[in-house]
Design a protein around this ligand. Structure first.
Ligand SMILES: Cc1cc2nc3c(=O)[nH]c(=O)nc-3n(C[C@H](O)[C@H](O)[C@H](O)COP(=O)(O)OP(=O)(O)OC[C@H]3O[C@@H](n4cnc5c(N)ncnc54)[C@H](O)[C@@H]3O)c2cc1C
Length: 466
């Protein structure tokens, strides 16, 4: 079977590798081709080593080891011993609200003492235990869910910052079921979040005793994990293993259904035949490829919105920053008058991200609520970042190192109705035997989600050729 995988980000590379592994195990080798438009692989994953000695992540700075997908992939790639878990202090996360940074509470005692929420908002949150579960199947927005169960202030000061940290998104236009299926499941299965928390805490205690990686209460499940020389080690290793099968600098322009498969039209004029094709592309790029033979499918793909992000890396002399940097960084509560979504204290999260005596801060600007930031020039972006850092952390020093990474379509957003759209897309794709799609536009945006979806795609390809 000849398979063309289009897109050499983590989704495409992982699909290729997992497919190859499984095909070999089953004694049914496939002929693979991975076609990537850029001169390098990795997509959103890119680690830059500056001449000044800073290590800046262009996109993601790690994956969570609480889910097995990426960890298992690293095991199969034999790079698990090179993994680097984030420093212990990275458990400490902060939210900027009411003119200061508040540590995100890690337990009930911290929560009661914290000034992040007003006493009445804490009571409103505690009342969650009395709120009956919603029975409607209708896709609810994250904001509606939070207002209904936890109250307005919890939405603004706890959930909105978390959501901008993961999706750069706006909770008013995010589907709870598609963005946080687990939370919806907790309400369905246990009747409420606190009920679920009590029961699951009991299970977590047992897991901790068994030595498993367990989420801190203030952060997402698992420990942020990368490599000493940056996350790019992962796509680099995939490239090494996949070797000649990967063609970089090779954009795909169009797909055409052909007898028994597809014709893949490349930017250099070549027309390749494939029994199966996998799109591991952003939704709008996939839309361009199917436009010629299925306009409605292209239209559905173009409806998936994206949020933009500007990543601003600033390096400072440590002695010029008075603020404590012992933690992960902070996110901004809503309403947020600043264009900054938050700042990661990168050199506190992983070692060797900044030269001796220096620190690296990585701020995110823009997101779904401020699309206009994508049009600002570099000077304005740096100036606004510095204003925000002055206001939130009191930093007045001049940075000695500045890098801006722009992602005009950084992160796909899953608005209410995403699940239905996905079903329609799957139905339309099923009309064309051999057409598969994966990637962060559909099944989850985290690296673990991308690797999980890659595994499912590899399985579907192999079952299709049995
Ligand atoms: C700033 C930022 C920070 C993030 N932080 C985290 C984090 O800390 N942890 C986490 O788990 N996730 C994080 N994410 C999300 C995660 O990085 C992405 O969801 C994931 O990397 C997407 O991988 P992908 O392969 O699906 O898509 P992409 O990485 O976008 O890859 C798509 C590939 O397709 C190629 N392509 C496009 N068009 C064509 C064409 N016509 N022909 C051939 N090739 C084409 C592109 O060049 C690209 O290489 C972050 C994302 C961003 C933007």
């Amino acid at each position: 079977m000849q398979v063309s995988i289009i897109g050499g980000g983590i989704s495409g590379l992982a699909t290729a590798f997992l497919l190859q592994q499984q095909a070999q195990e089953r004694g049914r080798p496939v002929a693979l081709r991975i076609l990537e438009a850029e001169p390098r692989v990795g997509g959103k994953i890119r680690s830059l080593h500056s001449e000044e000695g800073y290590l800046c992540e262009w996109g993601p700075n790690g994956f969570l080891d609480g889910k097995p997908a990426t960890l298992d992939l690293c095991r199969q790639l034999q790079i698990v011993e090179q993994l680097l878990r984030s420093n212990d202090n990275a458990r400490r996360r902060f939210i900027y609200a009411k003119n200061r940074l508040h540590q995100v509470p890690e337990n009930a005692g911290d929560f009661l003492r914290s000034g992040l929420l007003a006493p009445v908002a804490k009571l409103r949150m505690a009342a969650e235990i009395f709120i009956p579960p919603r029975r409607s199947e209708e896709d609810e927005s994250l904001a509606d869910f939070c207002r209904r169960r936890l109250g307005r202030e919890a939405l603004d000061r706890l959930v909105a910052p978390m959501v901008s940290g993961i999706f750069a998104g706006d909770p008013e236009s995010m589907s709870l079921a598609s963005c946080f299926p687990r939370i919806r499941q907790l309400e369905t299965d246990y009747g409420g979040l606190f009920r679920a928390m009590f029961l699951l805490a009991r299970r977590r205690r047992a897991e901790r005793r068994a030595g498993k990686a367990v989420a801190s209460a203030s952060g997402p499940a698992g420990v942020l994990t990368s490599f000493a020389d940056g996350l790019q080690r992962l796509p680099d290793r995939l490239l090494q293993v996949l070797g000649q099968q990967v063609e970089t600098g090779t954009p795909v322009l169009a797909l055409e259904p052909a007898a028994g498969g597809f014709t893949v039209q490349l930017g250099d004029g070549r027309r390749l035949q494939a029994d199966a094709v996998v799109s591991a592309l952003p939704a709008h790029d996939f839309a361009d490829l199917v436009q010629g033979f299925d306009g409605p499918m292209a239209a559905l793909l173009r409806e998936i919105p994206y949020a933009s992000l500007q990543v601003v890396c600033l390096g400072f002399e440590r002695r010029k920053i008075a603020h404590d940097l012992n933690g992960f960084g902070f996110l901004m509560a809503h309403p947020n008058p600043l264009p900054m979504l938050g700042t990661l204290w990168d050199s506190s999260i992983f070692p060797r991200r900044a030269p001796q005596g220096r620190v690296l801060l990585r701020s995110m600007l823009g997101g779904a609520r401020r699309p206009q930031v994508a049009d600002w020039d570099d000077e304005t972006i740096v100036e606004e970042t510095r204003i925000a850092l002055r206001q939130t952390m009191g930093i007045t020093a001049d940075p000695e190192f500045v890098r801006i990474f722009r992602h005009r379509r950084a992160i796909p957003q899953y608005p209410p109705g995403h699940g239905r759209r996905l079903q329609e897309l799957q139905q339309r794709a099923s009309r064309y035997p051999g057409l598969h799609f994966t990637g962060n536009a559909f099944f989850g945006i985290g690296l673990n989600d991308c690797v999980c979806a890659a595994q499912a795609t590899a399985d579907a390809l192999l079952s299709g050729c049995s």
